[in-house]
Design a protein around this ligand. Structure first.
Ligand SMILES: [Zn+2]
Length: 362
């Protein structure tokens, strides 16, 4: 290990303020000529004590850096997930199809979710693993979705509002407000940071039809990864632009359909929202659409297979929570013969990760 790395990691009360937890010196303050004068392991305590030559200005001979060996091991194993994931085997996403999802017991009571941290932690673990969970017996209040979301973290407010309604109203700009079939998509991919969790609470389900449909995009791209390498490459290299271009709101962002995490092994996000797709941008000389076109056609074929689609007609008092960067959602057509009202909200990924870590540490 680099001496500068070890010195930088010092957690002594002079280097890290015991109250604020903030570092008191800058990495840039460490002299280039820093050397470790002496290193001593204190077996029982599981720490190593380091003494320095040419230490950071202001730190004298008496400064000691004590590092827990466990922490050094973790640092050596760090594999660079920039999101600081929770390294547990059970955390790897479980790719699902319809049957898997039905077997997985993803239904939770609103009461338990709101009052019991253990129930909340279990739900968050399932969200990590499957990307989707359901609450039942949610009170018929327009505020309920906000109460549910803020159990996890602050609402992510967007130009749709702090929370937003999905109702059938004529002449809307957004196809979500019509009664026609709404194909698989994800929300707000034209943002630099699209929402991570999406919540949808059903307040009125009097209209005929209108079942929700969900599919696991990770499962679909993973099957392409295993069997069709050229298509897989196209999915994680060709940028696809999404946009929202209206008089008062102008957003656009390009990203590949599949984004990998820091280790380039695991799938971090899938981006797929055909209704908001913009014309392709010619990214590089020699760029052509052919391989991407074949790849996205294969992706579409897979997500729409009967056994991959989970279809469920939300009842009044149901609330679905899903990972908008993984789980595709859509809706069957419905008749405008009764009231249909869902209220939605978003929560960012940072707050989801933080809440899980807090509850896991308890
Ligand atoms: Zn120190």
């Amino acid at each position: 290990l680099d001496p500068a790395w070890l010195r930088d990691a010092c957690r002594c009360p002079r280097c890290v303020d015991p109250y604020s937890g903030q570092k008191t010196f800058d990495t840039g303050d460490i002299p280039a000529g820093l050397r470790c004068r002496r290193a001593q392991g204190a077996g029982g305590a599981g720490t190593v004590t380091l003494e320095w030559e040419n230490d950071v200005p202001g730190f004298g001979e008496d400064h000691r850096t004590e590092l827990p060996i466990v922490e050094l091991r973790t640092a050596l194993r760090e594999n660079g997930d920039p999101r600081g994931g929770i390294p547990r085997r059970a955390d790897r996403p479980a790719h699902w199809d319809k049957d898997e999802l039905l077997k997985s017991d993803l239904w939770h009571s609103y009461e338990g979710y709101m009052s019991d941290d253990g129930a909340l932690l279990k739900l968050l673990a399932q969200l990590q693993r499957y990307g989707i969970v359901f609450l039942k017996d949610v009170p018929p209040s327009a505020d309920a979705v906000s109460d549910i979301a803020t159990r996890i973290g602050p609402l992510k407010e967007t130009f749709y509002g702090r929370t937003w309604d999905v109702k059938s109203i004529p002449k809307a700009e957004n196809v979500a407000y019509t009664s026609q079939y709404l194909g698989f998509h994800m929300d707000l991919l034209y943002f630099i940071q699209p929402p991570f969790l999406q919540l949808l609470h059903t307040l009125k389900a009097e209209a005929t039809g209108g079942a929700s449909i969900f599919a696991d995009s990770f499962r679909a791209v993973n099957s392409i990864r295993r069997s069709k390498h050229a298509l897989w490459l196209a999915l994680n290299t060709v940028p696809v632009k999404h946009h929202y271009d209206h008089e008062n709101h102008k957003y656009e962002h390009s990203r590949p359909t599949v984004e990998l995490d820091g280790r380039a092994r695991d799938i971090a996000y899938v981006n797929y929202s055909p209704p908001f797709q913009a014309p392709f941008v010619r990214a590089k000389p020699g760029w052509n659409l052919a391989s991407y076109h074949a790849a996205i056609a294969e992706f579409k074929r897979i997500i729409e297979l009967e056994h991959n689609r989970f279809e469920y007609r939300m009842q009044e008092g149901d609330c679905v929570i899903f990972n908008n960067r993984r789980v595709l959602h859509g809706r069957a057509a419905f008749k405008e013969d009764g009231e249909r009202w869902l209220r939605g909200a978003y929560v960012d990924e940072d707050d989801f990760i933080s809440k899980r870590k807090v509850l896991m540490a308890k």
